[in-house]
Design a protein around this ligand. Sequence first.
Ligand code: ADP
Ligand code: MG
Length: 459
Amino acid sequence: MRRAGNGRRLGRVLRGLLPRGLLGRSVLIILVPMVVLQAVALQLFYGGHLDVISRRLAGGVAGDVAMLVELVRREEPENRAWIFRESLWKLDLALAYEEGARLQFVARPASLPLLPLEEDLNTALWERLRLPFDTDWQSDPRSVIIRVQLPEGVLHVEAPRKRLFSATLYLFVIWLVGSALLLSGVAIVFMKNQVRALRRLADAAEAFGLGRDIGAIKPEGASEVRQAGMAFNRMQERIRRFVGQRTEMLAGISHDLRTPLTRMRLAIAMLPRGPEVEEDLAALTQDVEEMERMTAAYLSFARGEGTEQSRPADLVELVRDVAANARRTGAAVEVAAPEALTMPLRPDAVRRCLGNLIDNAGRHARRIAVGVRTVPRAGEAGPGGVEKLLWAEVTVDDDGPGIPAAEREGAFRPFHSGSPDGTGLGLAIARDIVRAHGGDIALEESPLGGLRARLRLPV
Ligand SMILES: Nc1ncnc2c1ncn2[C@@H]1O[C@H](COP(=O)(O)OP(=O)(O)O)[C@@H](O)[C@H]1O
Ligand SMILES: [Mg+2]
C-alpha cells in the first residue's frame, strides 16, 4: 500500500521534472542517451587507457630522475657539469644542485583537474628513489620541478610537462562536450521548426473553432504534421460547405414559403364573409401573418449569417450603437462599458444578437442596463501558453417579470414564443450567433429584479 503511494509520488515528481513542451521533450530524448553514452565512454577511457598511459609516462620520467640522482651521488663533484649538460640535451631534464640545502615540505593543492598525473608521478618517484622528494606543479605552467633530498644538498630537476602529459587527454573531453553541444544545438534548431508547424496548426484549429475565418493554412514541417495540416484544411472546407449549404437551404425554404403564404392571405381575404365564419377567418389571418413574420425573420438572419466575415471590431461601440437605436424607440437603456474592446467579430451578426436581447428586455421591462467587461477564462492559457485568455462579457439586465429558472433553457428553442406577436426566434438566433463566435449565452436572474442575459465572447 505504502510502496504504491511512494511509487505514484515518485512518478508525479518525475513528470513534474519532465519538460512539458514537445521541443523540450524531443531534445531530452536526444540528449539523455548521448550523455549516458559519453559518460560510459569517458569512464572507460579514464578508467583504463588514461591510467595506463599516465603511469607509463610518469614511470619514464621517474626512471630518468632516479638514474640521474644515482649518477650525481656516485660521480665526483667535478663531473656534475657534464652530467647536467648531457641530461639537458639527451633527456630534456634541466638539473641544478643546491649544496647544503634542506628540503622544505609545503602542502600544495592539486593543480591539474581530472587527470591523475601528480599522483602517478609521486608514486613512480617514490618507488624508484626511496629518498625524500617534493614535486612542484605550480611554479611553472610548462614544466614540473622535482626536488630530491641528497645527503649533502638538494637536486632540482625541471622536467617539461610534455613528457608526462598528452594534450589529447583534454582534447577527448573537449570532443565529448563539444559534440554534445553541437548535437543539441542542431536538434533544437530542427525541432523548433517542427514545433512551430504544430503550434500553427493548433492556433488555426482554435481560431476556426471561434468562428474566425482563417482560410486554408499552408502545410509545413514533417510529413505527418503536413498531413495533419492538409486534413485540417479539408475538414475546414467540408464544415464551411456544410454550414453554407444548411443556411442556404433554410433560407430557400423560408423564401419559397413566402409566396404560398401570401397567396393564402389573399385567398382568405377573398372568401365570402358572414357572421358565422368571421371569427375563424380572423384567427386564420392571424396564423398566416405569424407564419409570414417567422419566415421573414429567419430569412433576414440566414441571409446575413451566410456571407459576413469576421474582422476586428470594437464591441463597446457596437453595444452603444444598438443601445442608441433602442433609445430611439423609447426604451430607457443605460450602458456601463470600458473605453473600447476591440476583437475579431462579425459586427452585423453581433449587432443583431444584442438587438434581439435589448428588444426582448424593452418588451418586458421599463429599465434596461447593459454592461460590458472582460473576465479571465478559467484554466485556459493562450496559444503561446503564456498569457491568460479573456472573455468579453456582455450583460443585458431588465426590471421586468423575468423568466422562471425552469423555463429559461426552453426560451432558447426556435419558435418558442411566450407572446402572441413574437416569432420565438430572437433568443435562438442570439445564441446561434454567440456560439458561432466560440462563446455562449445564458439567462439568469437580474440584480434589477427581471431577467439577465449574459453572453460571453472570446477576445
Ligand atoms: N427580458 C425578458 N423578460 C421576460 N421574458 C422574456 C425576456 N426575453 C425573452 N423572454 C421570453 O422568452 C420568449 C422567447 O424570446 P424570443 O426568442 O426573443 O422570442 P420572441 O421575442 O419573438 O417571443 C419570449 O416570448 C418571452 O416569453
Ligand atoms: Mg424576442
